[in-house]
Design a protein around this ligand. Structure first.
Ligand SMILES: C[S@@+](CC[C@H](N)C(=O)[O-])C[C@H]1O[C@@H](n2cnc3c(N)ncnc32)[C@H](O)[C@@H]1O
Length: 315
């Protein structure tokens, strides 16, 4: 701590942690979003050897979710800090007409909801609306169910479901979709987006949160925490996607250009793009394009146009 210039040493044996550095070491205070990033280390070290295996020519493509028993807890800590401060007060109001609709009562889908923090907060705030969170991980959904019981909300439902396989009965069921930090983890983002256009009503909005990065690494050289996010991606986001059925392995640093192109190709128009204060993500406010209404069911993962990698990638 001293040689890293975090703690100062006075004389030989007096150690001092200056307040301006202390705020980045605690779980509360202005530095908490940064502190929590350090908690990625135990998650990453769990799969270190498995990641190395993926770099071997005959190694596996990626490391599947089952290997990450600490990930969802880490992720929900990261997200909940920000949701708690901003979801109701700043985030939802940036979607045109949404808070009024939530107050009067609509149906909302949270895609890749993790442990459900955002849906539970919305359910508490908007008792006339109904919220459904889906996630491919059973463990995350069990946690989400437990947290919703603790929060005493009965207008939220969590289901284990692969977003590529949302059922046909859900056609035009939802008035708003939230995809927070989840699209890049999907095996085939194009398939998932086309599914979302099926389940979202015409003229309704989707909020997508993705890391505020560019798609070309050269443009991320001066991005704060770029190396942290690329590392998180290598040790989690990219690898879980690659491990899934021919997954694309976009990773959390797929960046603005690729995200926008995927949203457009998937049947959405981005009507607003902003970086919420104090957060690492871009909020893409999307509306279902007119042309997407004539689209048929998403193609299967194997014939997806965005599925560019069928063999072992050059990590
Ligand atoms: C980075 S986490 C984000 C979780 C949560 N939305 C948040 O903001 O904290 C991505 C989530 O997407 C889920 N996920 C990945 N692939 C999925 C799929 N095909 N269908 C549904 N959920 C998926 C993961 O299990 C994980 O919980």
């Amino acid at each position: 701590m001293v040689t890293s210039r975090i703690v100062d040493i006075e004389g030989r044996d007096r150690y001092v942690l200056p307040p301006h550095r202390a705020i980045f070491l605690g779980r509360e205070g202005p530095g908490e979003e940064l502190t929590i990033l350090a908690c990625a280390l135990p998650v990453q070290s769990q799969v270190f050897e498995n990641i190395v295996e993926c770099f071997r020519k005959d190694g596996p493509r990626g490391v599947p979710y089952d290997y990450f028993d600490k990930f969802h807890g880490f992720m929900s800590q990261c997200s909940n800090i920000w949701w708690g401060k901003n979801l109701v007060s700043c985030f939802l109001p940036t979607v045109p007409g949404l808070t009024e609709k939530l107050e009067s009562g609509i149906t909302v889908l949270d895609v890749g909801c993790g442990e459900g923090g955002a849906s539970i907060l919305m359910a508490k705030q908007y008792p006339n609306s109904r919220f459904i969170g889906i996630d491919i991980c059973d463990y995350a959904i069990q946690q989400a169910k437990g947290y919703s019981i603790d929060a005493e909300v009965d207008n939220v439902d969590f289901q284990v479901m692969d977003a590529h396989l949302m059922p046909d009965e859900w056609e035009s069921k939802f008035d708003y979709v939230l995809a927070s930090d989840s699209l890049h983890d999907m095996a085939h983002v194009g398939v998932v987006l086309r599914k979302i256009t099926k389940v979202l009503k015409n003229g309704c909005h989707m909020s997508v949160l993705e890391v505020n990065a560019r798609s070309d690494i050269v443009d991320n050289m001066s991005m704060p925490f770029a190396s942290t996010f690329y590392t998180n991606s290598l040790f989690h986001c990219m690898t879980v996607s690659l491990a899934a059925d021919g997954g694309e392995g976009l990773g959390n640093m797929w960046g603005r250009e690729k995200t926008t192109a995927a949203l457009n190709e998937g049947g959405f128009t981005v009507i607003d793009e902003s970086v919420p204060e104090g957060w690492f993500n871009i909020h893409y406010v999307c509306i279902k394009s007119d042309r997407s209404t004539s689209m048929t069911t998403g193609r299967s993962p194997t014939d997806s146009a965005t599925s560019t990698r069928s063999s072992k990638p050059d990590n």
